[in-house]
Design a protein around this ligand. Sequence first.
Ligand SMILES: [Zn+2]
Ligand SMILES: [Zn+2]
Length: 372
Amino acid sequence: MSKRDYYEVLGVSKDVDGPTLKKAYRKLAMKYHPDRNPDDKDADAKFKEATEAYEVLGDEQKRRAYDQYGHAGVDGQAGGGFGGGGANFSDIFGDVFGDIFGGGGRGPRGGPQRGSDLRYTMELTLEEAVRGVEKKIRIPTLTACTTCDGSGAKPGTKPKTCNTCHGAGQVRMQQGFFSVQQTCPSCRGQGTQIDDPCTSCHGRGVKEETKTLSVKIPAGVDTGDRIRLSGEGEAGAMGGPAGDLYVQVSVLEHKLFHRDGRNLYCEVPISIVDAALGAELEVPTLDGRVKLKIPAETQSGKQFRLRGKGVLPVRGGPAGDLLCRVQVETPVSLNAEQKDLLMKFQASLTGEKHSPQKKSWFEGVKKFFEEI
Ligand SMILES: [Zn+2]
Ligand SMILES: [Zn+2]
């Protein structure tokens, strides 16, 4: 098939300047663009022809070759494809043009749309988080209207194609030379209109409801863990699938235990006598009391590890430990006799051997002042 002259295709003279050439191509491209002429083979061919012509004439080097040798000079260079080549397509297909041809990445509207995901923050006690729990939650959600099956039209009627946009969901508005695509104001982009709206949902197809769900929390979860309940989010529009519900776990502070990952920590107050002589104490764990042996001469702040008495992690692995830190308590509310006994006790202490840290501490202080 012999090709038409490129200047003829674009309807311009041989000495056309850049801006005029561009304007001529833009006019043809808008007229014959496939988006505006669906299933029109003639328009498609004209669009390709104009694009090919512009690819050559819009490029200085190719235009020179074409002027000199005709089609033979540029054949195989102009692909006729859309958006390729060396011509200045980018300045033509700028913001406005890109928007008209859907360059903004907007998908077709009016089709089924997936419902939104919902997030629910669930507060758990430490015991619940460690052992797992099943909880009922109430969440506000949009569900498909049962009266109209989500269509929004009164039972027995159907939504019909929007008269304004003929179902496209978008309309073209003339703005000077350009026409700009906008969301259809009549149907708000849905592409359909409802003459007889469903009375239960007022044509929205969805209803706000509070639903009660039973959520199984696995043992070992911690703050920040998320449980996904597939399909329990908001209902989709126009028959689209529902979104998901994410239950976000937040574990409350415990009176006795502090949790860090799989380990638990607790503070255990002990008397000076128990600390000095050693004792067997009862300490709490999440599974009840256990015995903890404190050796004689235990200092305040010493930490004891109870293996396996921590948390069994939700993602598997061995249970953590319980770390008990002893705090030696100073006795208070002493009566005269007790005070007397302490005085006698104090008097019985000789030398530095009874205070293991005192000696080195005083030495440290002495050295500190000597060095000043
Ligand atoms: Zn309804
Ligand atoms: Zn419309």
